[in-house]
Design a protein. Structure first.
Length: 202
């Protein structure tokens, strides 16, 4: 099983923030300046508190997650992965956006299909999810209190962005979707190890 994050991996969350900030009269920040995982903090550091507040207001609005554009190559390569492997979406909800989960599923159904949308796992704690790999742009996935003693089964593939480029200790990275073929052999080996473990546990 391959687990795939959404925001920053499939959906261009930060790119949409930049577009909307420009429409709201704020100067966007360039991609390489987005060195904080939460783009609100990058805007605070570069454009000030008013800009940071506006980013927060944008992302909690109804319709936000439904409006995101796909990241370049995401649709093509996710469809490729689904044609060859078991794939499941594993994404964290945004706590202050009450329509987040529903809109994430709508987004998946719009760009892919209902099956992927219905089977998506929307959880704050990805440590509890079973899989061979998790492709995620968050470099440090810290478990919440209820899962603090759980060690994840999956290996972490970091989807590269400026906000995770300086993180250490990651064996595998995906610099962009077009680079997927460069790591696919490692993915195949990892899935084989995962399946072997599953057989031992049965």
């Amino acid at each position: 099983m391959l687990l795939i994050d959404m925001d920053g991996v499939l959906a261009d969350f930060n790119g949409q923030v930049n577009l909307e900030m420009a429409r709201n009269g704020f100067v966007p920040i360039i991609y390489d300046e987005m060195t904080d995982f939460h783009i609100e903090e990058s805007f605070r550091r570069i454009r000030g508190d008013e800009a940071a507040l506006r980013t927060r207001q944008l992302v909690v609005q109804s319709g936000w997650f439904r409006s995101l554009y796909p990241i370049t190559g995401a649709i093509k390569w996710l469809n490729y992965l689904r044609s060859r492997y078991d794939v499941q979406i594993c994404s964290a909800p945004l706590s202050h956006n009450p329509t987040c989960e529903a809109e994430k599923r709508e987004w998946l159904e719009h760009y892919f299909d209902k099956e992927l949308a219905l089977n998506a796992i929307i959880t704050k704690d990805k440590h509890t999810v079973d899989g061979a790999f998790l492709i995620d742009d968050k470099a440090s996935i810290i478990p919440f209190l209820e899962a603090k003693d759980i060690i994840p089964i999956w290996d972490h593939i970091v989807f590269s962005h400026p906000w995770n480029r300086n993180s250490l200790g990651h064996r595998m990275r995906l610099n962009s979707w077009r680079d997927l073929p460069q790591i696919e052999a490692e993915i195949v080996k990892g899935i084989s190890r995962y399946k072997a473990r599953q057989q031992v546990w049965l």
